[in-house]
Design a protein around this ligand. Structure first.
Ligand SMILES: [Zn+2]
Ligand SMILES: [Zn+2]
Length: 345
């Protein structure tokens, strides 16, 4: 079978290997679709401190079930979560599952950009294989992981239902974050984004105001108008550049929250007026990744009809054209979300 891997700095490539088989407790899934994530692009660029496994937003059909696996059968449509917490350590006991020391040690083999992949026994045992409702299509399924990340962040920062919020950077995760805020009853949601295509996707999802951050003063003006000059309850730095996090600190109200949500480059520094943050009581809360309960909550919201996200997938590229998928995903003016499709699509 074919699978995608890092082939040196700045390059992804396809290679051949035997189709995996399911050992005891394991499951093999035939790929339907896997989203290309911003973190995949950063891994290819060499900016991410992590193992080089690509593709962590996969959906597909169960192809083989190992000895002792219950509740799953060949043909089932599933989403698979690549990392799982241990649910047993001190970090997990406090509910900080994605910061569990063993969280990022588990992974699917050989990654989500593959004709088929093996799900390790610990992932299966800890609920990482989620059966999709028939009403949830492959596009929405491939967005479950990034949407789960947004839901984990929303829970972590403690957003009240009638909040005002501004999302800086309306890439796929920023858009999902904004739509989740909308679906949970936020009073006002604004966002900034350079790409007109992505601003249009935000407006289609009911986001109140979108602005181009390159227009001087536009973000501050939009926030001031919506909040009577008070600032928003929550500003989300949905992309990694430190200037975005700094700008986020400038538009929250007294006692408001800045959520560091987008992946910053390794070694980047926050250049903000610390006394200003201190005197205004601004909370800085990072949120990384997601876990099964939050993905399951997003899935419930899709099934109940309160949340629509499938339209964010603008391109479906077959695995054989993986490099093209990565090129497209790196062009915000041409794509919102790009998925790589496999034999089960
Ligand atoms: Zn992702
Ligand atoms: Zn743990």
């Amino acid at each position: 079978m074919k699978y995608g891997h890092l082939a040196g700095p700045g390059r992804v490539a396809l290679a051949e290997r035997p189709t995996p088989s399911a050992g005891p407790g394991e499951v093999v899934v035939s790929l339907a679709a896997c989203g290309v994530c911003g973190t995949d692009l950063e891994k290819v660029r060499g900016n991410y401190r992590s193992a080089g496994i690509l593709g962590h937003e996969p959906v597909g059909r169960v192809a083989e079930v190992g000895l002792g696996v219950e509740g799953l059968a060949p043909g089932d449509r599933v989403f698979v979560h690549h990392h799982v917490p241990c649910y047993a350590c001190d970090v997990c006991a406090r509910g900080d599952y994605t910061f569990c020391p063993s969280y990022s040690k588990s992974n699917i083999d050989p990654g989500g950009f593959a004709d088929a992949f093996r799900v390790p026994a610990e992932n299966v045992a800890r609920g990482a294989v989620l059966r999709l409702d028939p009403g949830v299509d492959w596009d929405a399924g491939a967005l479950l992981e990034p949407a789960g990340c947004a839901w984990t962040a929303i829970r972590r920062v403690g957003v009240p239902a009638n909040a005002t919020a501004f999302v800086l950077g309306l890439g796929p995760v920023g858009l999902l974050y904004a739509r989740l805020l909308r679906s949970m009853g936020a009073r006002w949601v604004g966002g900034s984004e350079v790409s007109p295509l992505r601003r249009a996707a935000a407006e289609r999802g009911g986001i109140d105001v979108t602005v181009d951050p390159r227009t001087p003063g536009a973000v501050k003006e939009a926030v001031d108008r919506a909040t009577g000059g008070q600032g928003v309850d929550l500003a989300v730095a949905a992309v990694g550049p430190p200037a975005v996090a700094r700008d986020a600190t400038g538009i929250v109200r007294r006692g408001g929250t800045v959520n560091l949500f987008g992946l910053p480059e390794a070694g980047s520094r926050l250049d903000a007026d610390l006394q200003d943050l201190y005197l205004r009581g601004v909370r800085l809360i990072p949120s990384y990744a997601t876990t099964e309960p939050d993905v399951a909550e997003v899935h419930r919201r899709l099934v109940s009809g309160g949340l629509r996200i499938s339209d964010l997938v603008t391109h479906r590229i077959p695995l054989a054209r993986l490099e093209e998928a990565f090129r497209l995903a790196a062009r915000p003016d041409e794509s919102v979300k790009v998925t790589v499709t496999g034999p089960a699509a």
